[in-house]
Structures are given as C-alpha cells and as structure tokens.
Write a protein that binds this ligand. Structure first.
Ligand SMILES: [Zn+2]
Length: 269
C-alpha cells in the first residue's frame, strides 16, 4: 500500500463528503434519528468508493504518480467550485417541472443559478435523465441536468422527484466530474472507450455510484423511499428490452436497485 496515494484518495473523498456534510447540517440537523443513519451511510460510502477506485487503479496498472495527479486536479476543481454559494432565493418559473427542480436545488442549499436544466425534446432514445459536469473555458465547473421532457411531462410528480433527487445527488457528489477525470486518465494511458467501460472494476464503480445516489437521495424521507421502491419494482417487472442490457454496464439492474432500497427502508426504522 502506497500511503501517499491512499492519502490522495482519502483527501478526494473528504472534499466531496465535506460538501455533503455541510449540506446535511444545513438541512437535516433537526432529525436526530436520520443524523445517525446519515453518519453510517457516509462512512460506508467513503469506504466503498475508495475500495472501488483502488480496484480500477490496479486493474489498469496506473502509476502512483499519474493517479495522484489525476485526483489532485479533481480535488482542486471541487474545492474551487461554488455550487453551494448563495444565489437567487426565489423561483419565477411556470413549468411545474422547473418549479420542482428549483425547489429541490434550494432545499439542498444549492445556488439554482449554477445548475441548468436541459429539456431534451423529441428524442425517444434519450434516457429519462442524466447529470453532466464539465469544465467551461474558464476552468469553472458547469452543472447540467438533462431530462427527457416527454417522459417527465407524462409522469407524476413523485416519479419526477425521485429521479431529480437522484440526479442532483450525482452533482453534489461530483460523480460526473470524477468519471470525466477517470475516463481521461485511462484514455491517456492507452485504453479504448470499450476497454474502459467494460472493465469489471469500472462497472463495479459505476454501479456503486448509482446505488449511492439512490441511498443518499432517499434516506431522509421514508415515504419517498417507499415510492422509489415501488417504482423500481415496477420497472423490473415491466421493462424488459435491449435498452436495459445496454444500460447494464453503467447501471445496476432495477431488481438490485429495488433490493438495496428495501434494505435502506429497513434501516430507516
Ligand atoms: Zn444515476
């Protein structure tokens, strides 16, 4: 075990989870039972993420130096970001999807002016929702959540809330940015896109990231978690097509997501 590298990973994890802790304190300090669960979920998530990242480093044979530089840059960008700085506190929107989106951002303490909502229209192949983080020309992180407008318009508010909270949690954990850094590092190390995304360690990392976003976006609200459970159980029973197979390298099955949410609900007491 190289301690410098181990420290690098812990520092990255702390940067991300430091932000989350700030968000938690701002929002949930009045719920002591949830606070205890939060602490446990946070610890578990840090541990799992470190383990999954080290497995990727080992599978691809990345040098300690290249690995450290990658995560130092990521850490630097996350530290400099102002996602949680104060911005507009009121919402002037008419579309109910936009109103819900802005309300949730404010609830998480996020500056709504720092996140765009892109409505994808007339694209049947586009999945329900997606979160995107990248650096703009001034090396500032931009945060974007893309949704399939048609699907959202036809779904009820509960479904949309589960999906939007999940995507917002990816932003809060800087998951898309981490994936971008990881992908760039592996690509520059000579691996193809296919080799990267089909590697068992990358699949495990991606699945872990999805289950974490599910857990952390639902742990504070039992009703919503039960709603999500029903949603995923329904999806598991009903949706059986090629698209799901394509999704399996980036997402756990709906069956597994439902199973994990069921476990979470039990822990919520
Ligand atoms: Zn996701």
């Amino acid at each position: 075990m190289n301690y410098v590298i181990a420290f690098g990973i812990i520092a990255v994890a702390m940067a991300v989870w430091g932000v989350l802790f700030y968000w938690y304190k701002a929002n949930f300090k009045s719920q002591p039972s949830r606070a205890a669960l939060w602490e446990v979920l946070r610890e578990e998530s840090i541990y799992d993420r470190e383990k999954q990242l080290l497995a990727i480093k080992n599978e691809f044979g990345i040098s300690d130096q290249a690995w450290k530089e990658c995560w130092d840059s990521y850490h630097h960008d996350v530290d400099a970001d102002d996602l949680f700085e104060q911005g507009a506190s009121h919402i002037k929107k008419n579309d109910p999807i936009e109103v819900l989106f802005k309300r949730l951002l404010l609830e998480y303490g996020i500056n709504p002016e720092r996140v765009t909502l892109t409505m994808i229209k007339n694209d049947a192949d586009f999945e329900d929702a997606n979160s995107v983080q990248n650096l703009d020309e001034n090396d500032r992180i931009f945060h974007d959540i893309q949704i399939n407008y048609q699907t959202f318009k036809e779904s009820d508010a509960g479904v949309n809330e589960v999906i939007l909270r999940h995507e917002i949690m990816h932003l809060i954990c800087y998951d898309s940015l981490a994936l971008l850094y990881l992908y760039t590092l592996l690509k520059e190390s000579g691996y193809s896109r296919e080799q990267i995304f089909n590697a068992p360690s990358v699949i495990a990392y991606n699945h872990g990231m999805e289950l974490r976003a599910d857990r952390l976006s639902l742990y504070h609200n039992k009703k919503l978690a039960e709603y999500a459970l029903e949603m995923y159980q329904w999806a598991h029973k009903t949706l059986k097509n090629e698209k799901l197979n394509d999704m399996s390298i980036s997402h756990p099955s709906y069956e597994q997501r439902a199973y994990e949410i069921k476990k979470l609900i039990k822990r919520m007491g």
